[in-house]
Each structure stands twice: as C-alpha cells, then as structure tokens.
Design a protein around this ligand. Structure first.
Ligand SMILES: [Cu+2]
Length: 682
C-alpha cells in the first residue's frame, strides 16, 4: 500500500511493536532534544554554525567525524550488550528479544561499527593529523572534505531514524541476497541499509581521493615520500585502498537496490541472476576494508611507540614496505569469505595461501615496534598501554586468522562464533585500541589540554579486560559449534561461556561510561592541564611544532624538512622555535554552507528513497544539483588572513614557549606539563 504523498510510510512505522524498540526510539528523540536544549542553553547556535557546521578547516572536520563516531559507538555498544544478554536468557527459552528484533540488532551493530563508528573515527584522525604531519595548511579539496563528512553523517542520521521509524534490515551487515531481495525481505529495512551504506561509501570514496591528492601534492618542501611519518604513510595506503575498494560496494548496493526497486535480476536465483555476483563484489570491498580499518591503527602505534619510548622508529623502511605489501595483498584474498560455497579446491588453496601471506608483513611490524621499545625510555602512558595490549592480543587474533585461512579448518569453523571471536579480536585491539591510543595522544593537540590520565587508565583496563572476557569465550563456543547470530539454543554446554561473555560486555559498558566521565573531568580541569605551547610528549613529527590547538592556517611559515623526525632533530640542535623575520598573508578557503545543505538534503533523500516517496526523492536530488551549481558561481571562496592577524596569533604563542620551561618527560602526565616536555640530558 503506497500513497503519493507518503509512499509506504504509515502509522505502522512507529516503534510501538515492542517495549525495547519504544525505549530505544525515545532515547534517540530525547537525546536529540537534549542536545538542542544544551546548545540553546550555551547560546551556541551562532558559534556552532560559523565555527563548525560551515567550516572547511580539516581540523574541525576531523573533530566532527570523531564526534559522529562516538555517538554511534555508544549506540552499537548498547546493542551488543543486549545481544549478549539475550544469549544468556535464550537457553531453552525465547528470552526477551524476538528473533526478528535480535536479527535487527546484529545487523545494525555490524553496520554501525564498521561504517559509522570505525570509518568516521579513522577518517577523523587522519583529517586532523595528516595535513599537520606533512606540513600542509589544509587538504587539497577542503570543500569536498566537508561534503564527504556530509554524506557520512547523512548515512548515520538515516541509521538513527531507522530506530524511530520503521524497522531495520535483518540481513546482517553484509546483506547477502537472496535474503535481502524483495521476495524475502519485503519491509523497508533493507532499503534503510542500502541507502545508509551507499551514502557513507560515496563519502568515503571522496575522502580517499582527497587524502591521496593531498599527500601527493601538498607535502612541505623537503618532505620526500620516504621522509613522511608512518601515520601519513598509512594514510596514503588507506586512501588508495578506499579509492579502489569503495566503488565495488557502492555498485553492489546500487545493483541490489535495482533488484528491489526495478525488478531487475542481478542477484536473484531466477531470470539469469546469481547471488554469487553480489558476494564477490561485496568482499572485493569487504576484505580491503579490513585493512582500511587496521592500517590507521598501525600508523598510530608507530607514532605512539616511538614517542613514548623516546626512540626513532626501528626499521622505518621495512615498516613502509610492510604497509604497502599489506595494502596490495588485501586485494588478492577476498574469496576466503566464501571457502564453503563450493568452488574448486585449488581456488580455495590459492586464496588460502594468499591470505596467510599477509601474516608476514604484519609480523614485521610487530617486530619493529618491539625493537623500537627495546632499550627505550618507555613511559607507560595511556596511548602506550593500548599499544602494548594490542601487540599481545593482536597476535592471538592473527593466529586464529591464519587458522581460518586454511580452507579445511574454515569448513569446521564456518558460520560459528569462532569467526565472530576472530574478527572482534582483530577489530577491537587492532582498530579500536589504535583509535583510542590516537585519541589520547592527539587530544591535547586538538583542544589545548590533556585528557585525565587516571580515568584514561580506568577506561583502558575496562576495554582490555572486557574484551578478553567478552570474546575469548566465543572462540570456545565456536569450537563447540555454536552458530553465530543465534537468538535461542538448547545446548547446555554453551551457557557458562555465554554468561562469561555477557560479563565481559558489561565491563566494556563500564569502559564507555568511564570514557564519558574522563571527558567531563578533563573539560572541568582544562585550565590546570593546559598545553598551549603544543609539545606535551616531546613529539617527533611536525604536528607538535605548532601551538595547541593549532592556528587555522597550521603553519605561519611552511616548515623545511631535512630528514625523518626533523622536528625532533631541530629541537636537539636548538633550531626549533625560530622566530621568523616577517610574515606573509595566507590564503585559506572560506566557510561554506554547502556541506550542511548536502547533509540535510541527502539525509532526506535517503529517507525518501527508503519509503518510496518519489516526489521527495526527485526534489532532494534537484536540491543537490542546484546547490552544487550555485556554489560554482560563488567567487568569494577564499579568505585572506592578514599579516597583522598572523603576527598577533603567533606572538601569543611565541611568548608562551619563551616563558614556559621544559619539564622532563617523566613528569608529562602531571600538571607540571604546560606543553613542553624534554628527555633529560643523558
Ligand atoms: Cu577477509
């Protein structure tokens, strides 16, 4: 039943079918009202508009990405805890979640964690740090950067709306047809999934292009590719992965949409369709995606391990080549996601061996980080705690990965919780710990004050122990044969493990609470932990050579780079913090409302497509086209920052670092740290 005005939308779309859905929906609505009220209370609307929503500054866009990521993390974590609780309650009983609702939960959990938590987090970190690290004033296409954020956020908004209006897909995060075809999933859930993913992957493709061009074209004088910090190197590899891996996903979801909307038969099992075409395209994206998720964390660890050991990164060149090899190999292994689908054994063998090969460059990396720490002046700060836990836990996940890469074993573990344990083992220590390590490491640079160390440690231990309790039992459950995505089961042997896993999920829930407390406490104490001078950890790379937070233009004078770790060497030879004779005016991109318009417009268009509201879909696409064309007539796209303004900004900072004495790095987590730390002379 569809009407012209509202498409398939009717009263039935309201979430009153279950108490849990109603509570979740009201939390979203109340949360949104709370945010609006809070901004009004702070009288922050004008600042929000000019400083954030219309900003094209890569630093602010990066921060906004990370805000989106944290909001979505909170939701996906709540869903994970519900699922774990259901699997305890679901022993010989239907539990409290009906199967359909349980299926929605694991679908949204996976979709959100990959596309709306992990991707925005890593893109946000790159956005903030990478241009600073390569000595650039912004990315190559600042406005496109803001439009990329708009696409991702529109997708995230669609995910949040799906909680309140209608139901989400039950087809898992990978959305395999024929189950996601109209015949088997006639509701709008799959359509929500299709448009949320399509929007975010368009945004991610643009980000890939933007970052790759930035790294090729905007490096500071003297910054050869092989002088770039490792984090910037991973940014380059991840960008190239995104450019090649995102389009197959966009094409796959759009073809699925054509199946559902236009009665095509790309992936049906009738009329010439073949679902394997979808699965090939999906994993042609999906496997490189694994490395899009993990390489940024490798980049972060390379920075934090070296900084907090006060040593040059061991084996820089081999680390770069390991990164490149992982990026290349990641495109040669996608078929290991369907070893059991009946292809020739030799095909499985080739892809199994290719998969195992990736363990070699990864091992090289762990080896290099360990040797970087060897005989270093190691400080076990929060970022370092994450890095250390990662090295141990990731090795376990890597071994189970090599096990699964063997097609024979994969037949046994196929579709069991063993696999779920494996990829969470890779993604929590591998991705999330890396992102949190980076979050603690660069937070002072972004906001000018440090995060509370004690609460940071609490958060870390909750994440680390919570992860171990939540996921190690799943290996055992998988070995016992418990299928993934089970809402109800009758095997008594599963129950004790399920209880331990739920306990672990609870500890992870505490981690989220501790993170929020940490943020609150840190903001409250910000005057005491101010690090305006900008180098609180005795950093090595260029982002530490400017004030915290950095000025809009990043560098008053573009730095000259003479080697790796230039800033560190300059500090040792007294060449850092030279005061320039004169300044030149700097041209920066002007603010633009285009990103905000695209975000709202694409959110509405995605919603209209989901509910088959055709007039609104056409309207939304027209607004998009008109906004882009109108923008092309705008001639005031640049803003000149005058010499006077630069001199004023720089003067404040110069006075700060001339006045502030350096403290020994051992005191870096105390309130003595005003943003200038040094290794005491040996
Ligand atoms: Cu894979």
């Amino acid at each position: 039943m569809t009407s012209f005005l509202f498409g398939k939308l009717g009263y039935g779309a309201l979430p009153f079918y279950s108490a849990i859905a109603t509570v979740a929906a009201s939390m979203v609505v109340l949360g949104a009202i709370g945010v609006v009220a809070f901004i009004t209370y702070l009288r922050g609307w004008k600042a929000l508009w000019t400083d954030w929503l219309t900003s094209v500054d890569h630093k602010r866009i990066g921060i906004m990405y990370i805000v989106v990521s944290f909001v979505m993390l909170a939701r996906a974590l709540a869903e994970a805890m519900l699922m774990r609780a259901q699997q305890v309650a679901g022993y010989q009983s239907p539990g409290f979640l009906p199967p359909e609702h349980f299926a929605q939960l694991f679908t949204t959990h996976g979709t959100i964690m990959i596309f709306f938590m992990a991707m925005p987090f890593l893109i946000g970190l790159y956005n903030f740090v990478m241009p600073l690290q390569i000595g650039a004033r912004d990315v190559s296409y600042p406005l496109m950067n803001s439009v990329s954020l708009a696409f991702t956020t529109a997708g995230a908004m669609l995910m949040m709306v799906s909680l309140c209006i209608g139901k989400f897909s039950t087809g898992g995060w990978s959305g395999y047809p024929p189950y996601t075809e109209l015949a088997f999933s006639p509701d709008v859930g799959v359509d929500y999934w299709i448009w949320a993913l399509t929007l975010s992957s368009i945004g991610n493709t643009m980000t890939g292009v933007n970052f790759a061009v930035t790294i090729y074209k905007k490096r500071a004088p003297g910054m050869h590719l092989f002088r770039m910090p490792l984090f910037a190197w991973t940014a380059l590899c991840v960008s190239i992965l995104m450019i090649f891996a995102m389009p197959p996903l966009t094409v796959a979801t759009l073809m699925l949409a054509m199946d559902r909307y236009l009665d095509m038969h790309f992936f049906t099992n009738t009329d010439g369709g073949n679902m394997m075409n979808y699965i090939n395209m999906f994993w042609l994206f999906g496997h490189p995606e694994v490395y899009i998720l993990i390489l940024p964390a490798f980049g972060v660890y390379s920075e934090t391990v070296s900084t907090f050991s006060s040593k040059t990164l061991y084996g820089y060149t081999s680390l770069v080549w390991a990164t490149i090899s992982i990026a290349v190999l990641s495109f040669t292994v996608w078929l290991h996601h369907f070893f059991t689908m009946g292809q020739n054994g030799n095909v499985n063998a080739v892809f199994g061996i290719a998969t195992m090969l990736i363990a070699i460059p990864t091992g090289v990396k762990i080896f290099n980080w360990t040797l970087t720490m060897f005989r270093g002046r190691i400080r076990m700060t929060v970022p370092m705690l994450y890095a250390s836990a990662f090295m141990i836990l990731f090795a376990i996940g890597g071994s189970t990965g090599v096990m699964l890469a063997n097609p024979g074993f994969d037949y046994q573990a196929h579709n069991t919780l063993f696999l779920v344990a494996h990829f969470h083992n890779m993604l929590i220590p591998g991705l999330l710990f890396g992102m949190l390590s980076g979050y603690h490491y660069w937070f002072p640079k972004a906001f000018g004050f440090r995060l509370h160390e004690g609460w940071g440690r609490t958060t870390f231990w909750c994440w680390c122990l919570g992860f171990i309790f939540a996921f190690m039992p799943l290996y055992a459950l998988g070995a016992l044969g418990m299928p993934r995505r089970s809402q109800e089961y009758f095997e008594g042997a599963y129950l004790p493990y399920a209880i331990v896993a739920m306990f672990g999920a609870l500890i992870i829930g505490f981690a989220m609470v501790a993170m929020i407390v940490q943020l609150y406490v840190s903001i409250k104490d910000r005057a005491a932990t101010n690090v305006f001078v900008g180098d609180p950890w005795d950093g090595r790379t260029l982002e530490w050579s400017v004030s915290a937070p950095p000025p809009e233009y990043n560098f008053a004078i573009l730095p000259e780079v003479g080697g790796r770790d230039t800033f560190f060497a300059d500090k040792r030879h007294g060449r850092a913090y030279r005061i320039p004779q004169h300044y030149e005016p700097i041209e920066m991109p002007a603010n633009s409302p285009l990103g905000f318009i695209v975000c709202v417009d694409m959110g509405v268009t995605g919603f209209a497509l989901t509910w088959h509201i055709w007039w609104l879909t056409i309207g939304g696409l027209l607004v998009f086209a008109i906004a882009i064309i109108a923008r092309s007539f705008n001639r005031h796209t640049k803003r000149i920052i005058s010499t006077a303004e630069i001199r004023e900004t720089e003067k404040r900072w110069i006075e700060a670092f001339q006045f502030e004495p350096a403290i020994p790095v051992e005191d870096e987590v105390t309130n003595l740290n005003r943003g200038l730390a040094r290794i005491p002379a040996e």
